[in-house]
Design a protein around this ligand. Structure first.
Ligand code: AMP
Length: 428
């Protein structure tokens, strides 16, 4: 079986690693991939492509004729890559452009949640500064102002006053904040509580939860400083107790999948639900329509059953027959980033220690921003490596991951030393 994966991050490296373990898989093509995926060798190879060029991605898939295609990031989903490949008779894991609107349009997601009575913060969708001025009269500070479209994690501003909210909305409409002008902004009530991510697979009718995983978005220890793509993640049962998981499945995940099917945009793929655990219960903050990065790195480390079987079952509408087997215990992923990230940073530095770490049982290094240049792995992005480990407990997984981090080095390497700190405190 031949698998094609679109994407170039740590998530795609983790997916390539997990699918390559399936006894049914004979070939894995990653487009465009990265240095770490290139270095896997064996049945894995890269195909160059731009993830913003729909025609080029379609050409790659048509030429490769894979048995299953997996779309990693949100940009190709928003361009309609799944629709284009299905039209050509290919099997694709991921939502259509219409179904991906749960992620690509916050106004769509909020209205959808309201239509289906799924718990979420009160909101208003505004198309002008005048509308924002009227709407914010109904909100108390702090007020959350969100760009409607994809913004790579930079589209949310938490405003301490109504004036600041007006300014933020103005910045989004004029393009000052994100570079591109927003046609719509979402004004939202501020929710207080712990944030939790809940990821499940959907075949358009059924949902199957993945093991819970929690990321650390901020650059600084103690969850301080600017937001990043994610500086680390851990997966352990204590993140969400089974009763709470069942509540979220019943009140949020299943109604979402049912609602999408009723509206004739069935959702096939990963439904990633960002939740705030508030005193009035879990409330949806956002949806992602794809695997998280770095959540995927921690999740695949605990998956014992065949990932290809599960993804194929989603595409074929038979997820309810699929059994998942997970390693008990925990996993953890520590991101090593280029010094300066998420601000400006330099790349091109040689990475040392990877061969040593490759020999450590229970540890996998998933690459994000690396390139294989003349046979040597060099840094090529902000987030460079996801050093990931599984263990019988979270403490053990973290010990293994940090032990491996200590063996790896490149100029300016930065990592947080407190991944999993909240969960560790809970289990003590
Ligand atoms: P989003 O992309 O909508 O998940 O927003 C990004 C981050 O902004 C979330 O992970 C939260 O930390 C924060 N956020 C978004 N919406 C709210 C809200 N209504 N109340 C409090 N924080 C929020």
């Amino acid at each position: 079986m031949k698998i094609l994966i679109f994407g170039s991050g740590g998530r795609e490296h983790a997916l390539a690693w997990a699918v390559a373990k399936s006894p049914r898989v004979t070939e894995v093509v990653c487009a465009p991939g990265n240095g770490g995926i290139a270095a896997m060798g064996g049945l894995v190879r890269l195909e160059p492509v731009s993830l913003s060029d729909l025609d080029a991605m379609v050409q790659v898939a048509v030429a490769e004729q894979p048995d299953l295609t997996i779309v990693g990031p949100e940009l190709p989903l928003s361009l309609g890559l799944v629709d284009a490949l299905e039209l050509r008779g290919l099997k694709v894991f991921g939502p259509t452009k219409a179904a991906a609107k749960l992620e690509t349009s916050k106004s769509f997601a909020k209205r959808f949640l309201q239509r289906h009575q799924i718990p979420t913060a009160n909101y208003a969708v505004c198309t002008s500064a005048a509308e924002v001025e009227k709407a914010i009269e109904f909100f108390h500070a702090p007020i959350v102002v969100k760009a409607d479209g994809l913004a790579a994690g930079k589209g949310v501003v938490i405003c301490q006053s109504k004036r600041a909210a007006l300014e933020a909305a103005h910045g989004l409409f004029t393009g000052k904040l994100l570079g591109s002008k927003e046609q719509q902004v979402v004004i939202e009530e501020f929710l207080q509580g712990d944030e939790v991510s809940f990821l499940c697979l959907s075949d358009g009718k059924h949902v199957a939860p993945l093991v819970p995983a929690q990321d650390h978005k901020r650059i600084g220890e103690g969850d301080t400083g600017p937001n990043t793509g994610g500086m680390g993640v851990y997966s352990t049962g204590s993140i969400l107790e089974p009763e709470m998981q069942e509540w979220i499945l019943h009140h949020i995940a299943r109604p979402t999948v049912r609602g999408m099917a009723q509206e004739e945009t069935p959702f096939v793929g990963v439904l990633y639900i960002g939740l705030m655990m508030t005193p009035r219960g879990p409330q949806v903050l956002e949806f992602n329509a794809r695997f998280g990065d770095p959540e995927t790195q921690a999740i695949v480390m605990r998956l014992e059953s065949d990932l290809v079987e599960a993804l194929e079952a989603c595409v074929e509408g038979r997820l309810s027959e699929t059994e998942f087997r997970w390693k008990p215990g925990a996993s953890a992923c520590v991101i090593a980033s280029s010094g300066g990230y998420p601000g400006s940073y330099q790349t091109g530095f040689e990475i040392a220690g990877l061969d040593d770490v490759a020999k450590v049982p229970g540890v996998q290094v998933f690459h994000s921003g690396t390139a294989l240049v003349d046979g040597k792995l060099r840094t090529s992005g902000g987030r460079v490596l996801g050093i990931t480990a599984a263990g019988d407990s979270l403490a053990e997984a973290l010990k293994l991951a940090y032990g491996a981090v200590a063996k790896i080095g490149f100029e300016g390497m930065y990592f947080r030393r407190d991944i999993g700190h909240r969960a560790l405190k809970k289990t003590r």
